[in-house]
Ligand binder design. Structure first.
Ligand SMILES: [Zn+2]
Length: 84
């Protein structure tokens, strides 16, 4: 049913352009030219995009840490007022 979508994914080892079926994205595939294994979908986004994604990921982690610290501080303040 339906047609298969193919993505062009350069091999990270030999740099050849491989056509990879969409269903293999995120799965390990083997390059038929150099037989190296890599995760399909890697290297498809340009470096700028992945840098932005990494920055967003770091920001998310930073905000999560901040929220955690605020929770700890709130708990500490509650603890202080109870012990008074
Ligand atoms: Zn290759």
């Amino acid at each position: 049913m339906g047609q298969t979508n193919f993505y062009v994914n350069p091999c990270p080892t030999c740099g050849r352009r491989l056509e990879i079926a969409a269903r293999h994205l995120g799965h390990p595939v083997e390059c038929p030219h150099c037989t190296s294994r890599f995760l399909a979908g890697q290297g498809m986004s340009d470096e700028r995009t992945s840098a932005v994604e990494q920055a967003l990921l770091r920001a998310d982690q930073y905000l999560a840490t901040l929220a955690e610290l605020q929770e700890v501080a709130a708990d500490w303040e509650r603890g202080q007022s109870v012990s008074d």
